[in-house]
Design a protein around this ligand. Structure first.
Ligand code: GTP
Ligand code: MG
Length: 277
């Protein structure tokens, strides 16, 4: 078996920083977790990737192409589709290493995961290659400050879960940047009682306000009834917190269950009293 995380989330939510932190944390624990950069526009990241999509295709080349004339968003979708047409490149770069563990650092264009099929096809491909896949969706905790924003973030997370159909973990990023007051407020959003989060929106004045408030409350009820969306708050400066998240994801992909038990020949030392007999 092989294992991977598809690290997704809106632009700037902390995907590349998360990948770098997790790879470093694993290395400190004498465990190998490798990162693959899948963002054709990325120019900087704080890890050494085992594979980089920019070796296959670069966003600026796509955008400069006289025939295609793509803008940045269309160019990004084209690049991901190009990757799917050239999967042997990735297969060669990854090799065929049993029990390896890869983080795929994805671009920040959210529609790639919420409703387009390119990421879904990528997941299918990884599963064909014997990977157990976990989707990890990051949202900046600074956006989780009120009920309306929370529902919007939770719906985005839910669209990704529904679209990809793989085990899934939602992460609230950048907790270290929150004030003490902000952290306290966040507790409401971790295992949320969405009804209480949105009750202040119900009956908002004006026709549009009223309908918007009612819609938000109905969406909140769906999330609540089915316990669909939960978040893991991640303080990247706290090693224990990173370890807790990794254990949770390991459990989700059943990492370690199929690992060979590493044994080593062991010779019992001669005991003196054995020799005496
Ligand atoms: N303090 C702090 N800063 C963070 C954290 N995560 C990300 N950042 C900062 O937020 C900015 C964006 O982080 P990235 O890791 O590049 O985010 P990304 O999701 O990969 O961004 P795109 O690839 O452009 O979509 C950088 O300046 C990071 O240093 C975090 O947990 N704590
Ligand atoms: Mg990035």
């Amino acid at each position: 078996m092989r294992y991977c995380q598809i690290v997704m989330g809106p632009a700037g939510s902390g995907k590349s920083t998360y990948c770098a932190a997790l790879a470093t944390h694993a290395a400190d624990a004498k465990r190998t977790i490798n990162v693959v950069n899948l963002d054709p526009a990325a120019e900087r990241y704080n890890y050494t990737p085992v594979a980089d999509i920019r070796d296959l295709i670069q966003l600026e080349d796509v955008m400069e192409d006289e025939e295609m004339k793509f803008g940045p968003n269309g160019g990004l979708v084209f690049s991901m589709e190009f990757l799917l047409e050239n999967t042997e490149w990735l297969q060669d770069a990854l090799g065929e290493i049993e029990d390896d563990y890869i983080l795929f650092d994805c671009p920040g264009q959210i529609e790639l995961y919420t409703h387009m099929d390119v990421m879904r096809k990528f997941v299918d491909l990884l599963q064909e290659w014997n990977f157990r896949v976990c989707g990890v969706f990051l949202i900046d905790s600074h956006f989780m400050v009120d009920g309306g924003k929370f529902i919007s973030g939770a719906m985005a997370a839910l669209s990704v879960m529904v679209n990809l159909e793989v085990p899934h973990v939602n992460v609230l990023s950048k907790i270290d940047l929150l004030s003490v007051g902000g952290r306290k407020q966040l507790e409401r959003f971790i295992e949320p009682d969405t009804h209480s989060l949105t009750s202040d929106l119900q009956g908002t004045s004006g026709i549009l306000g009223e309908r918007y408030g009612d819609l938000t409350c109905s969406l909140a009820k769906v999330l609540d009834d089915y316990s669909l969306v939960k978040f893991f708050p991640l303080d990247i400066t706290n090693e224990e917190n990173i370890q807790d998240l990794l254990i949770m994801i390991d459990t989700t992909v059943q990492y370690g269950e199929d690992l060979d038990v590493k044994t080593q020949d062991f010779e019992y030392p001669d005991r003196e009293d054995d020799n005496d007999q």
